[in-house]
Each structure stands twice: as structure tokens, then as C-alpha cells.
Design a protein around this ligand. Structure first.
Ligand code: NAP
Length: 292
């Protein structure tokens, strides 16, 4: 049980964490801060936070748990803003979709205090952002990846794992590097392709007419193209090396398929489609709701 959550970034992810923690009876009070005072006020009016803080530093004051739920590019500035009030008793976590950049920022800013910070990525979310979409069930049944480094305090790592487990999450541990390599493949590349596909269609003279004819397959395939542009800009730039490597592999696979179509090689084409179809049919998502 925590006395006070200091929430920095009262949006979808942060707001959902505050609501889930409150509902589980795991926190007495939530003090929140967001870049725009209007967001912080909305979070208070919605009951997501109890007290509005005028700065990130004041949100951390008196907290025994801190969640940084801002765009990944704002993590370093946020850590700088709060570092003077960090104590070894505090559990500090983030929810960023990339981990190498976040861990590097934490090492640079927190230095000897870096052990208090437990990097986390809940594999949960939706294409809608903002506190108005915060949902206490967002994390239920989802995976949370923790990417501790050698200096992460064991007590904080255990507390972080126990907290996410208490919210119904399945906690997995891996290195920041393995995390970013895996999520480039299963999250960042699919988003890149979905954005590219939408623009490919609408960039054609009859693109809008084509869109009006699209069915459920197109809807399912492109759901994630409606995601927040600033968040995805940051994620893609933060994980650029891994993402570009995955994009290169994808381009080669696409080119191989194109060649088969061009040369009329139906047998080879069917073989590759069959392989993909079997893999997809046998794949089971660890969590039971859509996530990215
Ligand atoms: P969001 O709904 O847009 O919330 C982000 C919040 O951060 C907003 O309230 C924003 O405030 C605030 N903020 C932005 N810059 C800030 C700063 N410098 N200091 C303090 N607050 C700041 O976005 P989200 O979906 O919750 O994403 C937050 C994090 O979760 C990102 O790092 C993302 O990578 C990660 N994540 C997202 C998903 C997903 O599906 N959405 C899934 C997994 C992980 P204003 O309202 O004032 O702009």
C-alpha cells in the first residue's frame, strides 16, 4: 500500500494507472502534474488525481511511488525536474514504449540514484490518447515488461513487479536492448506500415473513393493508424536503428512477394502465404485484449 502517487503526465497511460491503483486500494492519494494546467484540472475533475501539482517537482514531493507517463522524448527533462526530491525509499517508474533511450536518460540524469528507477513498458494501450480515455481496466490481463539495469535496486524491482501484478498484469523481465529489438518488430514496424498504407491510399487521385469501399479486413489492419502522431514520432525516432533494420527486412520480404507475382510464380506465392497464414493461426496473444 502506497501513501502517495506522484503522477507526471495525466494522460491515457498515467490516468489509467492512477485509476487502477485507486480501485485496487493500493494508494491513499494521487498528486498529478501535466504540461497543460487544463489537463491536470480535467484529471482532478474526473477523479483520476486528488490534488493538482503546479510542477513535476511538486508532484513528487511526499510521494512514495512516482509514475512518469509522458512522451518518451520528455523523459529526460522530467527526470531533471524531479531529481532533487528523489529518495532511495521512492519507487520511480515510467511507461514509455521504448526503453534504451529512457534508460540512457535515467543514467545521465539520476547518476548514483539511478537504482530507484525501474523502467517499465505496459503492453497495453489504445489509439486514443488523453485523460478522457483513461480506464481502470486498461492494464488488466496485460503484459508489463520491466527492463532493469545492473544498478536497479532489488527492493524497487520487486516492489514494481508486485504493483503491476496487483493490477492483474503479467510481469516479464528483459534487457532494454532486447525490448527495443522485439518491439521494433511487433509494434513499431506495424505502426509504420499502417501509417504508410493510409497515406499510400489517400495519396492517389481516387484514394478517398477506394477508402469508402473498404471492409472489415481493412478496418482491422489499419486500426493503429489512428494513433497519436506526436507519441509515434517520438517512439520511431527513439528506436530508429532497430526500426530501420526491421523496415529493411520487411522491404525484402515485400520485394520477394512482388517478384513472385510479377513472374506468375503461383506455387512460391502460395507457399509464402500459407506459411504466414499458419503462423498467424497458431499465434496466441499473451493478453486477451487489443494492445500495441
Ligand atoms: P497521452 O494520453 O497523450 O498522455 C501524455 C500526457 O503527458 C499528457 O497529459 C501530456 O500533457 C503530458 N505531457 C507531455 N509532455 C509533458 C511534460 N514535458 N511534462 C509533463 N507532462 C507532459 O499519451 P499516452 O498514450 O498516455 O502516452 C504516454 C506514454 O505511454 C508514452 O511514453 C508512450 O510511449 C507510452 N505508451 C503508450 C501506449 C498507448 O497505447 N498510448 C502504450 C504503451 C506505452 P498535456 O495534456 O498537457 O499535453
Amino acid at each position: 500500500m502506497f501513501e502517495q502517487l506522484g503522477l507526471i503526465g495525466c494522460g491515457l497511460m498515467g490516468g489509467s494507472f492512477a485509476l487502477a491503483l485507486k480501485r485496487a486500494g493500493l494508494v491513499k492519494r494521487v498528486v498529478g502534474y501535466s504540461k497543460s494546467p487544463s489537463t491536470t484540472e480535467r484529471a482532478r475533475l474526473m477523479g483520476v488525481i486528488d490534488v493538482e501539482a503546479p510542477s513535476a517537482l511538486l508532484a513528487v514531493s511526499g510521494a512514495d511511488i512516482v509514475l512518469i507517463a509522458v512522451p518518451v522524448a520528455a523523459t529526460e527533462a522530467t527526470l531533471k525536474a524531479i531529481r532533487h526530491l528523489i529518495t532511495p525509499q521512492m519507487l520511480i517508474m515510467d511507461v514509455g514504449s521504448t526503453k534504451r533511450d529512457v534508460v540512457d536518460a535515467a543514467r545521465r540524469v539520476l547518476r548514483e540514484q539511478v537504482g530507484t528507477f525501474v523502467p517499465a513498458h505496459p503492453v497495453a494501450g489504445k489509439e486514443l490518447s488523453g485523460v478522457e480515455h483513461a480506464d481502470p481496466d486498461l492494464y488488466t490481463g496485460k503484459q508489463v515488461i520491466l527492463t532493469p539495469i545492473e544498478r536497479t535496486l532489488t527492493a524497487n524491482l520487486q516492489k514494481a513487479a508486485a504493483t503491476w501484478q496487483a493490477l492483474g498484469c503479467n510481469v516479464v523481465r528483459m534487457s532494454p536492448e532486447s525490448h527495443d529489438a522485439a518491439f521494433a518488430a511487433v509494434s513499431h514496424l506495424p505502426h509504420l506500415i499502417a501509417f504508410a498504407l493510409m497515406n499510400t491510399i489517400t495519396g492517389q487521385p481516387n484514394g478517398r473513393d477506394f477508402l469508402s469501399l473498404a471492409g472489415p479486413g481493412f478496418r482491422d489492419f489499419t486500426r493503429i493508424a489512428a494513433s497519436d502522431s506526436k507519441m509515434w514520432r517520438d517512439v520511431m525516432l527513439a528506436n530508429r536503428e532497430e526500426l530501420l533494420a526491421q523496415a529493411d527486412l520487411f522491404r525484402r520480404t515485400l520485394q520477394a512477394l512482388e517478384l513472385m507475382i510479377e513472374s506468375g510464380n503461383g506455387e512460391a506465392l502460395e507457399g509464402l502465404i500459407h506459411q504466414a497464414s499458419q503462423t498467424r493461426a497458431n499465434w496466441r496473444m499473451t493478453s486477451n485484449k487489443p494492445s500495441h
